[in-house]
Design a protein around this ligand. Sequence first.
Ligand SMILES: Cc1cc2nc3c(=O)[nH]c(=O)nc-3n(C[C@H](O)[C@H](O)[C@H](O)COP(=O)(O)OP(=O)(O)OC[C@H]3O[C@@H](n4cnc5c(N)ncnc54)[C@H](O)[C@@H]3O)c2cc1C
Length: 457
Amino acid sequence: MLSSQIFQQLQQIVGKKHASRTLAERDLHSRDQSPHPPALPDAVVWPASTQEVRAIARLAHEEGIPLVGWGAGTSIEGNPIPVRGGIVVDFRRMDRILAIHAQDFQVTVQPGVLYKDMNRVLARHGLFFAPDPGANASIGGMIANNAAGTRTVKYGATRDNVLALEVVLADGRVVRTGSRAVKQSAGYDLTHLFTGSEGTLGLITQATLKLAPIPEHFSAATAAFPTVQDAADAVFGIMGSGLNPAALELLDQATIRLLKEEAGFAIPTAPNLFLEFHGASQAALEEELKLAEAICRECHCMEFQAGLGRKAHKQLWETRHRTFEIMLRRHPGQRYLVTDVAVPISRYPELVAYAAEAMESLELPGAMVGHAGDGNLHTVVFFHDSPDAQARVEELNRGLVMKALALEGTCTGEHGVGLGKKKYLAQEYGPEAVALMGELKALLDPKGILNPGKVVE
Ligand SMILES: Cc1cc2nc3c(=O)[nH]c(=O)nc-3n(C[C@H](O)[C@H](O)[C@H](O)COP(=O)(O)OP(=O)(O)OC[C@H]3O[C@@H](n4cnc5c(N)ncnc54)[C@H](O)[C@@H]3O)c2cc1C
């Protein structure tokens, strides 16, 4: 427990109103959107500046108190759960857009800004930040988890779109990494060391991001297939053909059924691909769609609907983004697991076949959705709590990770290591690499106060 004296010092740093020890606030910061068990922090603080974060870190370092960054709390692998208590640093008040460098396609922001809010402002300049996780995450949380989304296949994950950072280290030192130049080869790449480190190496207090112009011409399509295997084959065909989709999502029959009930899509209740292309001209888009359709037809596509109007296009992607939330709502009181593995695109059909068979043989009815264009697959299973169901769910998760690793992939494509994937890191990288990660952690955070219990010890 945090002493009253330390709490008073925190109040002095951030102001009385912006530090709390109430059970309600601690409870709100004890869980993310994952099924991992909650853990209460001792206090929550809402700093307003880098200087305040720096002072909080100095105090925590001196006293050896855990310090856990908090964005929007939408993680799904337990990433921000303060498993060892301590102080949660909620970045909600640090939500300013500091500079829009429209001519350079860049923006500099504080970490607490939510990416959808930021994109609304950037739209006035004809620009957007492309990584788009389904939830309205904060930029700090997206950088810390290296979040990705439906558009990663064309624009990259968060990591590919971060140019520079300001980071407060565990002992309160402030470092600046990277620059606004899009080409950088000066020294070690600290920007990308902190990106994806899940708040275990430093607290991000500022970021400069790469933006993309909002495409003048875009077109979406849906393609329905008799089997999920055919759909996965088409994904490989499209990516292998040199086409450059802006989104290529796989949704199995169960997911489509749910989305149709929710949004009334007029598409077959069958495995579908949702595709989007961005282009410089309508003619170029039509060419791309024609080729995509031909590839899908070769893979037994039953129905290809192209050229969706603006309204249908918006509805398609809004509903796709709400898939997980819709699933949760449809299974009240049940436990769930979202798996997250990724493989090279040529191995994707094999991964999909394995996942379908594993869900069936383990008697775990669920759904399969994937950012297929980048080889990323999620299965979502709901179950009533029992030791038997829990064991089958764990077997599904473990089996999928092992299969992804056997296919030269990764145990997590975008959700991060958090609590659930720690046990697989050594298998993925080997003990030497994990030991090196531990040494880096010890160098930057010798007292182990930053988000302890995550990624590596
Ligand atoms: C419905 C739904 C759909 C989702 N879809 C996707 C998806 O498609 N792709 C995807 O990648 N993810 C997805 N996610 C997961 C989640 O949205 C992302 O992981 C997101 O990046 C989390 O951001 P956040 O602001 O909520 O961060 P939080 O959950 O608050 O924190 C995430 C991690 O970042 C650390 N952290 C937060 N702020 C800072 C900071 N300033 N400095 C250092 N560390 C910090 C925390 O300690 C924690 O380890 C989804 C989640 C939901 C609920």
